[in-house]
Design a protein around this ligand. Structure first.
Ligand SMILES: *Cc1c(COP(=O)(O)O)cnc(C)c1O
Length: 219
């Protein structure tokens, strides 16, 4: 299958899942995860009409996206990988959405850069729903206080929550937990679901799904 065909297959599965869950058409945004793929591999997906992309490393994204954004200015780029505070300068400059705000130090660094650069990327807080030690994200029980701090102390406008469930577990309970936390925080954005489980995530209320290999092929 060609990449355009895989893209349209993923999009039609998203639309069917919205319908099955009684959600509005286009309630879910597809973030096409292009990590490890070069500009040559990404161009056909842009040509097919996809405009929202995700990358997990700041440096890798810097190597290909300034050129691709130059060619197609309405592309929207999401950072979906862990952010170090020394990379906040570059992340705020390049990304339109940063999905991985997960601790006070990074929230402060991003807030300071937004002010300095006069740029306002949309922001999500990453939650480590499985409390996995190797995974980024704030603990579920600290999420409400952390979102409060981001809003009231740092003046950050948080759009939603993001999670990556443990690979070896049923993702449903993790998606349900993220949705419940978002409601408690008064947030409407829910970034959850990847190639293997985006239809489940849509059933649990995902507003964006991050799909890589089902579009671009195996990495
Ligand atoms: C790589 C990645 C994805 C996409 O994973 P696939 O299984 O290839 O769809 C989604 N979210 C994050 C945070 C990732 O790093």
């Amino acid at each position: 299958m060609e990449v355009q065909e895989r893209l349209s297959d993923v999009l039609s599965r998203i639309r069917s899942s919205e319908k099955a869950a009684n959600r509005a058409e286009d309630a879910v945004t597809l973030v096409a995860v292009s990590k490890t793929f070069d500009a040559e591999a990404i161009r056909p997906v842009i040509a097919a009409g996809q405009r929202v992309f995700g990358e997990n490393r700041v440096q890798e994204a810097q190597a290909k996206w300034p050129e691709l954004k130059g060619e197609t200015p309405d592309v929207e780029l999401h950072l979906i990988g862990p952010l170090q505070s020394n990379k906040a300068v570059d992340a705020v400059a390049l990304f339109d959405v940063i999905e991985t705000i997960d601790r006070e130090k990074i929230a402060r660094a991003v807030a300071a850069e937004m002010k300095r650069q006069g740029r306002k990327p949309r922001l999500y807080v990453q939650v480590n729903t499985g409390l996995e030690p190797q995974k980024a994200g704030i603990a579920p029980e600290e999420t409400i206080a952390f979102v409060d701090l981001c809003r009231s102390e740092l003046g950050l406008d948080i759009e939603g929550l993001m999670c990556i469930p443990p690979v070896d577990e049923n993702p449903g309970p993790h998606f349900a937990l993220l949705a419940k936390l978002a409601t408690k925080c008064g947030l409407t954005g829910l970034s959850m679901g990847m190639s293997g489980d985006f239809e489940t995530a849509i059933a649990f209320g995902a507003t964006s799904v991050r799909v890589g290999s089902a579009i671009f092929g195996t990495r």
